[in-house]
Design a protein around this ligand. Sequence first.
Ligand code: 5AD
Ligand code: SF4
Length: 443
Amino acid sequence: MHTKKKLYIETYGCQMNFSDSEIVASILSEHNFVLTKNISDADVILINTCSVRDHAEQRVRKRLQEYNSYKKKNPGLKIGVIGCMAERLKNKLLEQEKTVDLIAGPDAYRDLPNLLTTVEGGQKAANVQLSFDETYSDISPVRLGGNGVSAFISIMRGCENFCSYCVVPFTRGKERSRNPESIINEAGNLFKMGYREITLLGQNVNSYSWENEKEKINFARLIERVALINPILRVRFTTSHPKDISDELLYMIAKYNNICKAIHLAVQSGSTRILDLMNRKYTREWYMDRIKAIKKIIPDCAVSTDIITGFCTETEEDHNQTISLMKWVAYEYAFMFKYSVRPGTTAEKKYNDDVPEEIKGKRLREIIELQQKLSYNSNLKNINEIYSVLVEGVSKRSDKHLSGRNTQNKVVVFPKKNYNKGDYVNVKIIDCTTATLIGEAIE
Ligand code: 5AD
Ligand code: SF4
């Protein structure tokens, strides 16, 4: 019997990537690897990378340089770069970063055991092939670093929207949906293991579509099937493209108490002119209409968003349009970014990255400041309300408090008493900060 090799996985980027790391962990644990949390113990380090913004790539490159020191201490150590940076930087990474032994793209994880065997033999190995049909549907992910209460299930891969700023269609390839049976099974198993919240994941979950001779399942039907597993299993999803957020889906969310009342609907910009340049396929007015539909069909629904500031040709007027839209929607939460050129995208090929860095910075600060006010105002309105909170664990700030979320995905902190992780607790809100609701349990 060989002793098992120790594998350390470090993950950057979006939730999809974290979910992929769980698939990688599962594949390799079937091939004589055991996970370690201690990097200096590892025989193999895999770094699961993100390319979505320039900043994300720079962080990874810095990290790779730090790995040099581990190799000095342990010359047998093998280092692999997997995920979104793989394809784009394959040659550069294998040749320039001397520490990198292996490269694998997001659709090549089944090949990792092979690639690692090659690497053991002293050679470098790479597979960055993208696939039309790989969904890893038969692989049951090893849950890494979770809280044992909420888990993520990847239901589709890839993206074909081709927003002009975005590298994802190039790094992750064609859109493909996973077999619904395998999704329902995975969710059901997680529930049996004690999980109480499932987030369905994809680059654009609401374009999920699966059919065979008997039936056709869209995202609304799929989420219903997950919700029907058990009323105390909460269901969330991320991320949705505004163009696909149908009334059918909104009615489905309203119908089931355990489908959470929180929708992440990336707007990117409030200016129709910029949205057109971004190839987002909707206008400001169209987006506003969808928000109206959300508020009408699901009155208590929280809405969050992504915003890019300083996209090519963005004027002060365009920026003001984003600001006025943010105020109009009154987002509960927003992820906000400065535009950065990504290689291979339409924006890189056709447009000029002409908004000066200091203007991008100024606009970003403005929208962040505004969003903080919006989040705080939204939280203030929740004072005196009572929410059912699913407990995720002890609060980071104090071990006498528990932390969980309400259906709107807001973090709620309250005194521990005899409650435990995984419990649903009715909490009355008595105070708040920008990021947190503070309350106390009521019997
Ligand atoms: N520059 C800045 N932000 C970007 N995003 C995607 N591509 C870029 C880019 N080139 C942001 C979008 C997206 C989120 C995941 O990252 O807001 O929704
Ligand atoms: Fe980053 Fe996009 Fe890859 Fe996620 S899919 S890791 S956001 S590049």
